[in-house]
Ligand binder design. Structure first.
Ligand code: GLU
Ligand code: MG
Length: 467
């Protein structure tokens, strides 16, 4: 379980002693530098690094970094809100010692996610990891709930030798095909070894549908740890690829047309050690609370897409009949509804049952995405919301009248539309707080302006190697 305690100047209780012992052990393992990782509002992973000898100091006093990154765009341009984006000020980055990992594919390095506080020791309202910790802590306090979450990772492997900027798939052969596993056998083997060495329990790795595409799924964790893990796994997928002369992209749409890279979220709510998605009185074993939670997520999905599918490239992926879940509906094990109710296998249901949310990609900041999904679910839970009738098959096949009658609507088809929905969703903005909510809107609007006038191919190219 990740610590939910905010960092404090001088260090969280016990952290300085822990960090001192940890740095000794890291030295013994040949680690000379620690990557301090966080994800900005645009979904870009950004880092600072410190020598291993500075870990205890970082645990006590943090490491300086400008707050300007809260309003960076994916192309490194900077937008502003009333309080963010200024060149003034400084923040302190605090490593979470519970999550320090020696990087197997980057010899000499360890990795840790960070929380950010102000120089005065206050929570930084723009810190997405702090936001998720706050949502998780409030759910425990107000509703007695904990969560288990997992973020699937799809990525595309290209040849490192391809002409600059171009994507040339590093494998041939059919979707899900044996050929791909054979051709990238060494890469995939090294990836599994690296993830195992880092203590990441992998459920499976498989060739996916699109050219050069693969997927890894990992075990569910508490939401903060699941978001950390999503960042760590991507760092590892990339680092192992680099050693094999390969280039990876997590962009929602590496090319403009066809199936893209998703980052589906699996989420379950638990109370007193019991999975609320199993063994209940409602459809498919859901308890009333699990149904209300799912209904809350469903109701907020149009606005949520501004957080879960935040890039202009996200909207190249969010197309019907490409398994990205672009209609506001749910179904049992249905791969075209935005929410797939997963009951799990008989005998394991009390452990496995969960909701899969599909209109999520890996341009999303995972802390914001999980925090907002949970906030949306809690809103449904608080109002005792219920789910409409389920959808079977592909909702793209419903005629307009039937879809309208059943409340099935297409999610926003552009980032502009998504931002409008987001701006109109007071609940979601309230959960984020004004600073983060304004940062989300400003950064999305910045991305929209950055691609103004570009056709789909050029949008895909602009973000191809950014995520
Ligand atoms: N690649 C699909 C997406 O963009 C998902 C495929 C799957 O269901 O695993 O979400
Ligand atoms: Mg997949």
């Amino acid at each position: 379980m990740t610590t939910l305690a905010d960092p404090v100047p001088g260090g969280r209780p016990g952290d300085v002693d822990r960090a001192t012992a940890l740095s000794r052990s890291l030295f013994e393992q040949g680690v000379h530098g620690i990557v301090l990782a966080y994800v900005d509002t645009a979904g870009i992973g950004r880092v600072k690094t410190v020598p291993t000898s500075r870990l205890a100091s970082a645990a006590a006093w943090g490491v300086g970094m400008s707050p300007v990154f809260d309003t960076f765009l994916a192309n490194d341009h900077i937008v502003t809100t009333d309080v963010l984006g200024s060149p003034d000020g400084d923040l302190r980055l605090y490593p979470d010692l519970d999550q320090v990992v020696v990087l197997a594919a980057q010899p000499g390095w360890a990795w840790a996610p960070v929380d950010r506080i102000t120089q005065d020791g206050e929570r930084h309202p723009g810190c997405s990891r702090t936001f998720l910790r706050r949502i998780v802590a409030a759910a425990a306090r107000d509703h007695g709930l904990t969560f288990r979450a997992g973020i699937e990772i799809e990525w595309t492997v290209g040849r490192g030798s391809a002409p600059d900027g171009e994507f040339v798939p590093a494998t041939t052969g059919p979707a899900y095909g044996a050929t791909r596993q054979v051709e990238l056998s060494d890469y995939l083997g090294d990836l599994l070894a690296a993830l195992a060495a880092q203590g990441v329990d992998v459920d499976q790795v498989h060739p996916e549908y699109a050219a050069g595409q693969f997927e890894v799924s990992v075990g569910a964790l508490d939401p903060v740890a699941a978001a950390d893990r999503s960042v760590l796994v991507r760092q590892t997928v990339r680092a192992v690829a680099q050693r094999h002369g390969l280039r990876v992209s997590f962009s929602p749409a590496v090319v403009a047309r066809g199936v893209g890279n998703g980052g589906h979220v699996h989420l379950s709510a638990w109370r007193d050690g019991r999975n609320l998605h199993s063994g209940g009185e409602r459809r498919y074993g859901m308890t009333a609370d699990a149904e209300s939670f799912a209904a809350g997520v469903l109701a907020h999905l149009p606005a949520l897409t501004a957080v879960t599918a935040p890039s202009p490239a996200s909207h190249l992926r969010l197309k019907p009949s490409q398994w990205a879940g672009v209609f506001t509906c749910w179904g049992l094990e249905t791969r075209e509804t935005a929410i797939r109710v997963v009951t799990g296998t008989a005998g394991l249901r009390d452990q496995q049952a969960n909701l899969e949310v599909k209109p999520v990609d890996l341009a999303a900041n995972p802390y914001l995405a999980l925090g907002c999904l949970i906030a949306a679910g809690l809103d449904g839970l608080a109002s005792g919301a219920s789910l409409p009738e389920e959808v079977t098959g592909d909702p793209a096949g419903l005629d307009a009248e039937e879809a309208a009658a059943r409340g099935v609507r297409r999610l926003p088809t552009s980032l502009t539309e998504a931002v409008e929905e987001f701006r109109a969703d007071g609940e979601l903005r309230g959960a984020l707080g004004p600073v983060l909510a304004d940062a989300v809107a400003a950064v999305r609007e910045g991305e929209i302006a950055a691609v103004h006038g570009l056709d789909d191919d050029r949008v895909a190219a602009a973000y191809r190697w950014v995520y």
